[in-house]
Structure formats: C-alpha cells, structure tokens
Design a binder for this molecule. Structure first.
Ligand SMILES: C[S@@+](CC[C@H](N)C(=O)[O-])C[C@H]1O[C@@H](n2cnc3c(N)ncnc32)[C@H](O)[C@@H]1O
Length: 219
C-alpha cells in the first residue's frame, strides 16, 4: 500500500482555515451541492469527534440554530455556545435526551422539544480491513432505524458509507423513506478511500399528523 500523504492539500488548508480536521471540506462540499444547512436549523452530528463538522455546521446554522454532537470519543476543542456534545454510542442513544439537548437555553419553559432538521453522520467503524463495509452499512442502518425518533418530517440526512456489497441496498433503504437521495464522493475524500456519502432530503416520517406542527415551526 502507498504511504499515506498526511500533508495533502486539504490537510494544509484545514490548518490555515482553523478547522480541526480535513473532513470539514467534505461537509462543506456536501452542503454546497445539496443545501442541507441554513441558519436556525437543529443539527445532530453522529461521530462528531474531533469536531470539524461541528465547526462547519455551527457556522451554517448560526446562533439561531443548535448543533448536538455525539461520539464514542470526547470533543476536546472549545466550541461555540450553540454546540453541545456528549460521549455516547450511536447504538445506545436515547433520542429524547438528544432532542432535549437541542433545546436552546433561552427557550420558553413551555416550548415543546422538537426533532432535528438534519442528521449528519461521518461515523466510521475501526478499520480493521475485515468487513469494514459491512460494519459501515450497519452504522447507516442504525441511523435509518433512529430517524423516525430523531428527524422531523421533511428533514435531511448526510451519512458516510463505505462502498461495498451493502452500498446499493442501503441506498435503496434510504430511498424508501426519503424523497430525494443521492450518492456523492467529495473531492476531499482521498482517492484511495472507499468512502461515499449518501445525501437524502425530504424525510417521510411515519406519522404526518404528529410531525406537521414540527415542520410548520421549522425556520
Ligand atoms: C472520521 S471520524 C469523524 C470526524 C468528524 N466528522 C470531524 O469532522 O471531526 C469518525 C468518528 O466516528 C466515531 N464513531 C464510530 N462508531 C461510533 C459509534 N458507534 N457511536 C458514536 N461514534 C462512533 C469515531 O469515534 C470517530 O471519532
């Protein structure tokens, strides 16, 4: 295998731009192409450490929005006040706890917690070389299983998946619950990498009568 070129263009650019990781440019490109982030939105970032997607999402939603991040590892870098992070396993999370974390501190005590507008996942299994694509697909299926409890009707999703036998089935499973689904390999992804992103818009939540008011209140 060729040696990893750590000091590639995006690595240097991330240093210059103050991002915690080169991955920032993947989310920037996803958003430039698909327009999933905007001021006022509530975003959940799964697999958020060290925190460069949190930085990009926080800038995009501004202080009018909220960003909640979870990861097995802590986020050590300081973040703006509209970002909250917890150490948690995506297989063991409590959706109500995450939605409560996205309630702004200045919200009225009678304001009802509401679901996220956008789910992001850059989660990757520990790459052992064995079944990495299957474990990556498993993480994606966990997000799809959690979406009804976490994401509002009409909401968006961007999630990483390794190309492999399960890529097409996961794409189809995503299409079953979102109106508009695309696969994307951002420029900042290393050419040797098998990572892809599935970007999905227009989530079809199961209970429209319950979610309609959430949609109406979305910025
Ligand atoms: C590529 S890194 C994310 C980089 C991040 N998007 C950024 O820009 O800083 C992948 C992360 O997924 C996390 N992860 C993997 N499996 C997870 C799980 N089951 N639950 C939560 N986080 C997980 C890892 O701990 C790792 O920090």
């Amino acid at each position: 295998m060729p040696p990893r070129r750590l000091h590639d263009r995006y690595f240097k650019q991330a240093k210059r731009d103050g991002y915690l990781a080169r991955s920032a440019y993947k989310l920037i490109e996803i958003d430039q192409r698909h327009k999933i982030l905007r001021p006022g939105l509530r975003v959940l970032d799964l697999g958020c450490s060290p925190g460069s997607w949190l930085q990009v999402a926080a800038d995009a939603v501004t202080e009018r929005g909220m960003v909640v991040g979870i990861d097995l590892k802590p986020v050590r870098a300081p973040m703006p006040s509209h970002v909250r992070t917890i150490e948690a396993d995506a297989y063991k999370i409590d959706p109500a706890e995450l939605i409560a974390l996205a309630t702004p501190p200045n919200a009225s005590p009678t304001a009802r917690p509401r679901a996220f507008d956008v789910l992001l996942s850059d989660m990757a299994p520990d790459t052992s070389g064995h079944d990495d694509d299957l474990r990556s697909a498993h993480l994606c299926r966990q997000i799809l299983a959690l979406a009804p409890a976490l994401l509002r009707h009409g909401g968006s999703l961007a999630m990483k998946i390794f190309e492999g036998a399960e890529y097409a089935p996961v794409l189809a499973e995503t299409r079953a619950v979102f109106d508009n689904v695309k696969g994307l390999k951002p420029d900042a992804t290393r050419s040797v990498s098998r990572e892809m992103y599935i970007v999905a818009k227009g989530f079809r939540a199961a209970a429209p009568e319950q979610t309609q008011s959430q949609e109406e209140r979305a910025p």
